[in-house]
Design a protein around this ligand. Sequence first.
Ligand SMILES: [Ca+2]
Ligand SMILES: [Ca+2]
Length: 143
Amino acid sequence: MSVELLDGTTILGFIEDEVAFNTLIDARFASLDSDSDGKLTYTEMEKELMSLRVLGSYFGAMDESSLSHDEAAQLYQGLFKQFDKDGDGMVNLEEFKMEMKEVMLAVAHGLGFVPVQMVVEEGSFLKRAVERELNIQFAGFSV
Ligand SMILES: [Ca+2]
Ligand SMILES: [Ca+2]
């Protein structure tokens, strides 16, 4: 975990960088797919859904403390269904990629263009987005 300063532009830049974004999505998918069958079950997705929920709470979309255990379970099921576009009970790479893009776009728009401090996890999307922008800035300095 680290505290980073980021705004919507940081995230948009990352999403638009197709190679960087797809590379991260592929790696993330593979790490979640613990039995390597190319599909994510609800159980395999659970950890990711929790971190997305934390992300959502930054924007007041969800109030953590007011949720009962059942409500939290419903929330995760709902998030999972959002990923599972064709409703077959599994999330494949295409579905994962599509929904992650939508989630990150929503986060970017929620952030807007005023930088805010956020606690980000190592290896998370936000962390990669920040690292990518730093790399570009450093590359700019060396020219
Ligand atoms: Ca699997
Ligand atoms: Ca599916």
